[in-house]
Design a protein around this ligand. Structure first.
Ligand code: PEP
Ligand code: MG
Length: 917
């Protein structure tokens, strides 16, 4: 477990060095490559300084100093002298000195870690103001301005350094506003602010027993310690654990000469981007607030102006700003986000970093930069992620509800759907048939619900995890699904659902289901279709849809680069055709039992319970043959892996308790239907207390071989039919739940005899149908060397392999203890969603290597849900698998990640597991 966490956590701190440390560094001496030591902000300031941009003088205290402070509890030896030296240099550069009563230099002390942690750590501005120097500042810049700076210093110092409750200051400010009758803080006059400084300082003393030091060097010293310590504030820790940022990195501290955007009408502050971060459209984009500090812009206290308005107010600063933005983007080769301040007509750049962007903007910007000759297509591919594409593929809610969600479950299959709640499959089907949009809400799903799931736009279950039946089926069908919404209490008698805060709705009420967040809302939210999904499916983007065109272009490049190919899990001709339109290169898993759900279920039941068996077998063969024909036709010339029947048996047999009750009732009434009694006896015979580990997969094929024979016959006939039509079907057959090579050998003989028999009847050569095994049990993985000689391919069923390796039920995971594990920090991710590299992944790597060692032509793929998960796809690439297979709508995501995996691997200089490919 520790392995998993550390291997996916953003890089840890380097080991402590023993060389004489330099704890602080002038901006002029650093560079963008030094973010580990200088933090992101410090590295950006250093880079801009060396580029000659107007950055205020300053220096960075390194993350190494922070780590040393957090380790020892005292500031590192030598730091004080280095700080004194750099402050002196700043004084030379500004022509002012810290604490000078006549003309003071003020400094800002700002945190800045390696990875951006917005707002999580502390900052103290206006350091250097004292009772004496405030007078000098007032003489230079006006009384109101000086006292406003001083009250900000006392407030921030009190909160950050002395730990005083922030609300106390806010309450005092509110009282001052009321007393003077002004609408906001900006309208408070000098005398009021002066009185506030006195009041704030009284708060400091009352709350902490300490006052603001009147020695500016002591202020600076204390502020640095406080910023260091804020690395370990509860909110910073929480943020790091959510974002996977290592705990031991520490923050750098930037000490920067203050420049004032609040110095009057010719001053102001702004935040801008080199392109629009929402749409990716080229051209600078941002906002500006006259007579304000950066904090005011971010806090949104007043309405901001556009950059175009700045051009009217101060054409020269605007022109220079645009020049700097263009220079920064050219230099970094990416969208940059920039903070700037104008002090009395003089422009200062205070920060730059690579800007965050929406998924749509990410694709557009990456392609635009390629067209502008700034980056290669490979680099463009590195800059977009499968998770971003996933969000672009699904319909979304145009606006989110003001109301609270009724419940939040697992985002099991993305999308946005609105419909009337139906509490059982039959209701869902009948309402959908009359044209009503339906959301099927069930405690959990069973195979009986298939018809309802097909009819519904979305499925919500109170129990079950991301690989539970409902989730797998919903993803396969592209239905929105929220699973494991444990807050829901579904009353099938009263026909009502009760959720969070005891909100109760009736069957028939409208809900909105967000499969991307797991939220279920009461009422109707507006839904927007995905133009990107439409463009991929149609094979072209609508004329002016730059984002859709960019996605298609990067997908095409990913296909060219990828070592892994991508197949789809598809059970019907329609699904297979959709998957092909979405770029699948075959079907990696056709789950034959999925074609037998709903009203076809009785066929399997009758075969197993030996009721009108021959008719049932004949019907099974004919159903399968037609289904296989459809899927093979849709994938003509591409491989289609058909899997033998693999239901946990209870999914196909009548419920034992219900049957027992029915028989008992008939007994009490005095007459029992002999057929019912025989049925009960048969169900009792096959009953298993743990069906997930029972008569499934290959075991069923061995115990009831007629099912296997019928399935193989149907597949062979479908292949021969299509050949007769002049097509080139490529069927493959896969055996599930194998634990032992002897099982495989046994089944292979049966399969080959059956294929030969069908061909003989037709008088043609027996077609070659490659035979493979699923690897779903640890024993199968461990004996891969024996399995490898018995078959042509392996396909890792990582849903079951995760279940059996962890000893964790895939159907109960989320309603059981996993949430508690995550809350306790024992698990970062759901192993059913993202492959557990340290455990399950190790089995995959081992079995691949062992299998290929005995059978160099062995083809190896994965068909569990992990085949569509971005991080897992990259892992499978590193193992050297041949393909991943996933639900049709995840195919584009897997294609993108397969291409990215190659490019990322090339950049990192690592090869896939060459022993195994
Ligand atoms: C698996 O176990 O990963 C698999 C693909 O099979 P199923 O989900 O149908 O059990
Ligand atoms: Mg399985």
């Amino acid at each position: 477990m520790t392995d998993t966490v550390s291997s996916t956590t953003r890089s840890s701190a380097p080991p402590a060095t023993v060389t004489a440390a330099r704890w602080a560094q002038a901006f002029a001496d650093g560079s963008r490559d030094m973010a580990d030591l200088l933090g992101g902000k410090g590295a950006g300031l250093a880079e801009m300084t060396s580029l000659g941009l107007p950055v205020p003088p300053g220096f960075t205290i390194t993350t190494a100093a922070c780590r040393e402070y957090l380790r020892s509890g005292v500031l590192p030896q030598g730091l004080a002298a280095e700080v004194a030296h750099h402050v002196h240099q700043m004084e030379e550069a500004t022509g002012r000195s810290l604490g000078d009563p006549g003309d003071p230099m003020l400094v800002a002390v700002r945190s800045g870690a390696r990875f951006s942690m917005p707002g999580m750590m502390d900052t103290v501005l206006d350091i250097g103001l004292t009772d004496r120097s405030v007078v000098g500042l007032a003489a230079r810049s006006g009384e109101r301005f000086a006292w406003d700076c001083y009250r900000r210093l006392v407030q921030m110092y009190g909160r950050t350094v002395l730990g005083v409750e922030g609300d106390l200051f806010e309450a005092a400010l509110t009282r001052a506003r009321k007393r003077t009758g002004v609408p906001d803080d900006a309208a408070l006059d000098g005398p009021t602010l002066r009185a506030l400084v006195a009041e704030f300082r009284a708060i400091l003393v009352a709350s902490s027993g300490r006052d603001l030091p009147q020695d500016p060097h002591e202020q600076l010293d204390e502020a640095v310690r406080a910023v260091f310590a804020s690395w370990n504030s509860p909110r910073a820790r929480l943020y790091r654990s959510r974002e996977g940022i290592a705990e031991d990195l520490g923050t750098a501290v930037n000490v920067v000469a203050m420049v004032f955007g609040n110095a009057g009408a010719r001053s102001g502050a702004g935040v801008c981007f080199t392109r629009d971060p929402a749409t990716g459209a080229p051209g600078a984009f941002g906002e500006y607030l006259p007579n304000a500090q950066g904090e005011d812009v971010v806090a949104g206290v007043r309405d901001t102006l556009s950059l175009a308005s700045l051009a009217e107010l101060d054409a020269d600063s605007h022109r220079r700003l645009l020049q700097h933005l263009a220079g920064l983007e050219a230099h970094y080769g990416d969208l940059c986000d920039v903070e700037f301040t104008i002090e009395e007509g003089r422009l200062w750049i205070l920060q730059t970093r690579i800007g965050k962007r929406t998924p749509a903007a990410a694709f557009r910007i990456a392609c635009d930069l390629v067209d502008e000759g700034r980056i290669t297509l490979d680099e463009a591919l590195r800059r977009v992620e499968g998770a971003q594409l996933e969000t672009l593929l699904h319909p979304t809610f145009a606006v989110h509800a003001v109301a609270q969600p009724l419940a939040t479950g697992l985002p099991a299959s993305p999308g946005a759907a609105v419909g009337q709640v139906a509490l059982d499959s039959a209701t869902a089907v009948s309402w959908a048939a009359s044209g009503r949009p339906v959301v099927l809400v069930r405690p959990e799903t069973s195979p009986d619900d298939l018809a309802g799931m097909v009819a519904a736009l979305a499925v919500v279950t109170a129990r079950g995890g991301v690989t539970s039946h409902a989730a797998v089926v919903a993803r396969g069908m592209g239905r929105t699904c929220v699973a494991g919404a444990a807050e829901l209490h579904i009353d099938l008698v009263e026909r009502s659902v009760t959720g969070r805060d005891d909100i109760r709705i009736e069957e028939g009420d409208v809900v909105s289901v967000d499969g991307s967040t797991g939220d279920v809302y009461v009422g109707e939210l507006a839904v927007r279709a995905s133009p990107v999904a439409e463009a991929i499916e149609a094979g072209r983007a609508a004329g002016d849809d730059v984002v859709a065109a960019s996605v298609r272009r990067l997908l095409a490049h990913a296909d060219n680069q990828a070592a892994l190919s991508v197949r789809a899990n598809a059970d019907s001709g329609a699904d297979a055709a959709l998957a092909r339109r979405l770029g699948a290169q075959g079907v990696g898993l056709c789950r034959t039992e999925h074609t037998l759900l709903g009203d076809r279920r009785a066929v399997v039941e009758n075969i197993v319970l030996d009721h009108e068996r021959d008719q049932a077998l004949a019907r099974l063969q004919s159903l399968h043959r037609n289904d296989f024909l459809d899927v093979l036709r849709a994938m003509d010339t591409l491989p289609v892996v058909v899997r033998l029947l693999d239901p946990p048996l209870h999914e196909f047999l009548p419920d034992l308790t219900a049957l027992s009750v029915a028989v008992a009732q008939q007994e009490m009434a005095g007459a029992v239907d002999p057929l019912l009694r025989a049925r009960l006896a048969a169900v009792e015979h096959w009953h298993e207390s743990n069906p997930m580990l029972g008569l499934r997969g290959v075991r069923l094929a061995i115990v009831v071989p007629e099912v296997l024979e019928v399935q193989v016959r149907a597949l062979t006939e479908a292949v021969l039919d299509l050949r007769a039509e002049g097509r080139r079907p490529r069927a493959e057959l896969m055996i599930p739940f194998v634990a032992e090579a002897a099982e495989l050998a046994h089944v292979r003989d049966l399969v080959q005899r059956t294929i030969a028999a069908v061909a003989a009847v037709r008088g043609v050569d027996a077609p070659t149908i490659p035979l493979g095994t699923m690897i779903e049990l640890p024993r199968a993985a461990l004996t891969a060397a024996e399995l490898g000689v018995e078959c042509d391919f392996f396909s890792f069923g990582t849903n079951d392999l995760t279940q059996t390796t962890w000893g964790l039920s895939r159907d109960d995971a989320e309603s059981g203890f996993l949430p508690a594990y995550r809350a306790a920090g024992l698990l970062r991710t759901d192993p059913f969603a993202e492959i557990d590299e340290a455990g399950v992944g190790r089995l995959v790597r081992f079995a691949t290597r062992e299998g290929r060692a005995v059978n160099p032509r062995l083809e190896v793929g994965v068909c569990g849900e992990h085949g569509g998960d971005p991080a897992s796809v990259r892992f499978f690439d590193s193992v050297g698998l041949d393909y991943v297979s996933c639900s049709p709508w995840r195919v584009p995501v897997a294609r993108l990640e397969a291409g990215r995996a190659t490019v990322l691997r090339t950049v990192a200089g690592s090869a896939p597991d060459t022993d195994s490919r």
